[in-house]
Design a protein around this ligand. Structure first.
Ligand SMILES: *Cc1c(COP(=O)(O)O)cnc(C)c1O
Length: 388
């Protein structure tokens, strides 16, 4: 049985008529730049996330970059980021000639460990970028209280977390000063190309986001500040508006798939319901769902990725390739080990949890259209590898 990592064709087929109609409308209008779908999408997303403003932008990376530009981040400023995330989280900081300051992740949630943030704060620290990795909220209560104590901005990297809810039921991306989302095709709300959006409850930030998105222009051809071309395409907005209506049902399906994985892994004797964080006879596979219980978190996890941790990760990955099961490693190299950040002279020993995650995690297929039979086959295959 073939199990792909993601099945975007299946998703498109299920809503093809609606999507094709929306795209055709934009084509008929020839209104490709800042057409009416942009403002409508912004309104629908801010309603969906229960926040005041949303500003469509060209990608999740540009969402982060623009947010930092709006905060006037300058060369030499220090920005705190988890060392285990997609590259953009740290890349945007370095692009502004600011300094990314790495913090290890929590071994249970893979999100930035709030207990390790304070010791990295200096007089140059301007902001924290927590990442809601894989679709689970970071520890926002702790992070917001640190940010208030030291007067730091919080820019949430919610690229993988549209619809994720923190345990107080606020949406990820609406708790800090700005929230940055990505519409990359493989995200839970994916466009037909690049796209992103920045959310905020601060009208000054919204105003600045909107003018800096178009070269800092206000009024036309008069520039008070320097921005860039950070616009979202009208075609993408039209596609995303159709897909947004289905997002909750897709997230629910991902959560059901995660529950099915957990059940099958426990039944196969590969994991314990109250999973521990070490590999032993009873825990061959460390599950996100089981360890999530251990922390007492009640986050609404939307499972952009379902990540297991296994001792022989690379061998299992090879085995799964032979079985034609799509798996992926997110992320094999944490920031402190990236060549481009050699100049920061990080100490590898400061980041044991991120190193462990990068060496042992494997993403399994979790997309909404996955069948129960496929999930069972994935677990059976892992059991064959572990026991074989
Ligand atoms: C995808 C992603 C981004 C970047 O989004 P793009 O739309 O690909 O630019 C940033 N941060 C995280 C955590 C991501 O997963």
């Amino acid at each position: 049985m073939k199990v792909p990592l993601l099945d975007l064709k299946g998703q498109y087929q299920s809503i093809k008529t609606e999507i094709d109609g929306a795209v055709q409308q934009v084509i008929d209008s020839q209104y490709f730049i800042m057409g009416p779908d942009i403002a409508k999408l912004e309104e629908e997303i801010s309603n969906y996330l229960n926040c005041q403003f949303a500003v469509g932008v060209s990608s999740g990376t540009d969402a982060l970059l623009l947010a930092l530009m709006v905060l006037d981040i300058e060369p030499g400023d220090e920005i705190i980021v988890p060392t285990y995330s997609f590259f953009a989280t740290a890349g945007v900081v370095a692009r502004l000639n600011a300094k990314p300051v790495f913090v290890d992740v929590d071994p249970v949630t893979f999100n930035i460990d709030p207990k390790q943030i304070e010791k990295k704060i200096t007089s140059k620290t301007k902001a924290i970028i927590p990442v809601h990795l894989y679709g689970q909220s970071a520890a926002m209560t702790e992070i917001m209280s640190i940010s208030r104590k030291y007067s730091l901005f919080v820019v949430e990297d919610a690229a993988q977390a549209i619809g994720t809810q923190y345990k107080d039921s606020r949406f990820a991306g609406t708790i800090g000063d700005m929230g940055c989302f990505s519409f990359f095709p493989s995200k839970n709300l994916g466009g037909f190309g690049d796209g992103g959006i920045v959310t905020t409850n601060n009208p000054n930030f919204e105003h600045k986001l909107k003018i800096m998105r178009v070269h800092g222009m206000e009024p036309k051809y008069y520039h008070k500040v320097i921005g860039g071309n950070f616009r979202l395409d009208s075609l993408q907005a039209a596609v995303l508006r159709v897909k947004l209506k289905y997002l909750d049902s897709w997230s629910e399906k991902r959560r059901q798939n995660a529950a099915a994985y957990t059940k099958y892994f426990i039944e196969a004797g590969l994991a314990e319901a109250e999973g521990k964080l070490t590999f032993d006879d009873k825990n061959k596979v460390l599950l996100p769902e089981a360890i999530y219980k251990e922390t007492g978190h009640k986050n609404y996890h939307i499972y952009n990725q379902f990540i297991i941790r296994v001792e022989k990760r690379n061998e299992l990955w090879d085995f799964m390739k032979k079985k034609e099961i799509g798996c992926e490693v997110y992320y094999p190299v944490p920031f402190h080990r990236q060549e481009c950040f050699d100049y920061l002279k990080s100490n590898d020993k400061d980041y044991p949890n991120s190193n462990f995650a990068s060496e042992h995690s494997l993403a399994l297929p979790i997309y909404p259209e996955l069948t129960d039979e496929q999930i069972k086959y994935v677990v059976d295959s892992i059991a064959e590898f572990v026991k074989g």
